[in-house]
Design a protein around this ligand. Structure first.
Ligand code: XLS
Ligand code: NI
Ligand code: NI
Length: 441
C-alpha cells in the first residue's frame, strides 16, 4: 500500500495534557496509556468511531442538503473516493487515538446496480480496510448492514410484507457477517432500521415479529456455520424511522428474544438517545440489560430532552455518564463491546477540526465519568446503602421469600401472629443526590 497523503495536515495526534491545559486540541481526562487496575484506559473504555456519522454524514436535514464538504470526497470514480475517504478515516482514528471503528456495509463501499456488484465493491473496500487495520492497529468493534436506506426496504427488511425483500435482506446480511468476520470484527449489530410499522391498517404485527425472529435465527445459524465468534447485539429504539419500532427498548427486547429462544445468542447495544426516546434514562437501559446478563455494548451519544427525534449529539453530561459507568462497572464491564460514538456534528459544524473537538469532548466526558464511577464503586457508600436497604431479605422470612420457600398462607400467619405492622423507613433520595454531587464537584 502506498503511503497515503495527510488529510488532517494541520492537526497533530491528540495528546493528554491534563485538566488544566488551555489547548482545545488536547485531552484533559482521557489518558489512553494510563494504567488503571493493570489495564490501559484505552483498553477499559474501548472507544470507537461510527463511520456513518463521521465519514458519511454531511449535515443534511429534511429542510436542506448537506453543509459539510470534505476534500477527500472529490473525484469521479466512487471506488477511489471510497478508498480516499477510508484513508482519511484511518488517519483520524489514529490522531484521535481511538482503538476501534464500526460501519454499515454501505458506509464503506458504494451500492452497485445488483447485489453481486455491491458485494464486489464491498470486497474491494474490505481489502483496503484490512491493509489499513494492519498498518494502524485500529480494529473493528462491530459491523452491520444498512437495511433501511434503499427504497426496497421502505416497508422493512426482515419484517417486510414481501418475502422477496426478506430474502434480499438475508443475502445482504450474510455478506455483512462474512466481511465482519474477515476484518476480525468483535461483534455484529442488528438495529431494526425500519422493522416496525406506520399503521396497523396495513400490518400483520404477529407475522412480522415471527419473521424478525426467523431472520435472527438464520443469522445465528449462519454465523455458527462459518465459525464467526463475534457477539451478536440487538440495538433497541422505540421510534424513528417508523412510528413504532419492534425493538422498542431493552425490556421489550428481552421479552422478544426469550419468546423466540434467541436469548442465548444476543446481547444489547444500548444507545443513550434511544433510551431518551423510549422515556427511560440511559442508566435504566443499562441496568435492565445487566439484570438479564445481556449488557453488550454502548452507542455513546445524547439526545435533546426537548426534541422527539434522534439528534445523535456528542454527550458531555458527566453526571449522566457517571451514573451509566457505575452500572457498567457493577455489571463487570462491556466484554467484547465498547463505547461507540454514534454521534454526529451539528449542521453548521463544517470544519474537519470540529470532528476532533466533538470526539475529544465525548472521550473526555466518558474518561472523567469512568474515574468518578470507579471512586463511587470503590468507596462502596451507595452499594452499602443498597445492601442495608434490602437487608431484611438476607435472613429469616425475607430469605424464605427470595428462595420461594414460603407462600401467602405462611406469610399471613406470620403477620397476624408475630410481625404486625411494618415500620416505614426513609428512602433518603435527597441525601443520596447530595452524596452523588459530592463525587462530581
Ligand atoms: C440509528 C442507529 C444506527 C445503528 C446502526 O438510530 O443508532 O446508527 O447504531 O445501524
Ligand atoms: Ni446506534
Ligand atoms: Ni440512533
Amino acid at each position: 500500500m502506498k503511503k497515503a497523503k495527510s488529510h488532517f495536515l494541520r492537526i497533530r495526534r491528540i495528546a493528554f495534557e491534563g485538566p488544566r491545559t488551555n489547548n482545545p486540541l488536547a485531552f484533559r481526562h482521557y489518558n489512553p496509556d494510563e494504567i488503571v487496575d493493570g489495564k490501559t484506559m484505552s483498553a477499559h473504555l474501548r472507544f470507537s468511531i461510527a463511520y456513518w456519522h463521521s465519514f458519511r454524514g454531511v449535515g443534511a436535514d429534511p429542510f436542506g442538503p448537506g453543509t459539510i464538504q470534505r476534500p477527500w470526497e472529490a473525484g469521479k470514480d466512487p471506488i477511489s473516493i471510497a478508498k480516499n475517504r477510508m484513508d482519511a478515516a484511518f488517519e483520524f482514528f489514529q490522531k484521535i487515538r481511538v482503538p476501534f471503528y464500526c460501519f454499515h456495509d454501505r458506509d464503506i463501499a458504494p451500492e452497485g446496480r445488483t447485489l453481486a456488484e455491491s458485494n464486489r465493491n464491498l470486497d474491494r473496500l474490505v481489502d483496503h480496510a484490512k491493509a489499513l487495520q494492519r498498518a494502524t492497529g485500529v480494529k473493528l468493534l462491530w459491523g452491520t448492514a444498512n437495511l433501511f436506506s434503499n427504497r426496497r426496504y421502505m416497508c422493512g427488511a426482515a419484517t417486510n410484507p414481501d418475502a422477496h425483500v426478506f430474502a434480499y435482506a438475508a443475502a445482504q446480511v450474510k455478506k455483512a457477517i462474512d466481511v465482519t468476520k474477515e476484518l476480525g470484527g468483535q461483534n455484529y449489530v442488528f438495529w431494526g432500521g425500519r422493522e416496525g410499522y406506520e399503521t396497523l391498517l396495513n400490518t400483520n404485527l404477529k407475522r412480522e415479529q415471527d419473521h424478525l425472529a426467523a431472520f435472527l435465527h438464520m443469522a445465528v445459524d449462519y454465523a455458527k456455520s462459518i465459525g464467526f465468534k463475534g457477539q451478536f447485539l440487538i440495538e433497541p429504539k422505540p421510534k424513528e424511522p417508523t412510528k413504532h419500532q419492534y425493538d422498542f427498548d431493552v425490556a421489550s427486547g428481552v421479552a422478544f428474544l426469550r419468546t423466540y429462544g434467541l436469548e442465548k445468542f444476543l446481547k444489547f447495544n444500548i444507545e443513550t438517545n434511544h433510551a431518551t426516546l423510549a422515556g427511560h434514562s440511559f442508566q435504566h437501559e443499562i441496568e435492565v440489560a445487566a439484570a438479564h446478563g445481556m449488557l453488550g455494548s454502548i452507542d455513546a451519544n445524547a439526545g435533546d430532552e426537548l426534541l422527539g427525534w434522534d439528534t445523535d449529539q456528542f454527550n458531555t453530561n458527566v453526571k449522566e455518564l457517571s451514573l451509566a459507568m457505575v452500572s457498567v462497572l457493577r455489571a463487570g464491564g462491556l466484554g467484547s463491546g465498547g463505547l461507540n460514538f454514534d454521534a454526529k456534528l451539528r449542521r453548521p459544524s463544517i470544519d474537519p477540526e470540529d470532528l476532533f473537538h466533538a470526539h475529544i469532548g465525548g472521550m473526555d466526558a466518558y474518561a472523567l465519568a469512568f474515574k468518578i464511577a470507579r471512586r463511587i464503586v470503590a468507596d462502596g457508600k451507595f452499594s452499602g446503602f443498597l445492601e442495608e436497604r434490602y437487608a431484611s431479605y438476607d435472613s429469616g422470612f425475607g430469605r424464605d421469600i427470595e428462595k420461594q420457600r414460603v407462600g401467602f398462607r405462611e406469610l399471613n400467619q406470620l403477620v397476624l401472629r408475630k410481625l404486625g405492622e411494618p415500620k416505614p423507613r426513609s428512602g433518603k433520595q435527597e441525601y443520596l443526590e447530595n452524596l452523588l454531587n459530592s463525587y462530581l464537584h
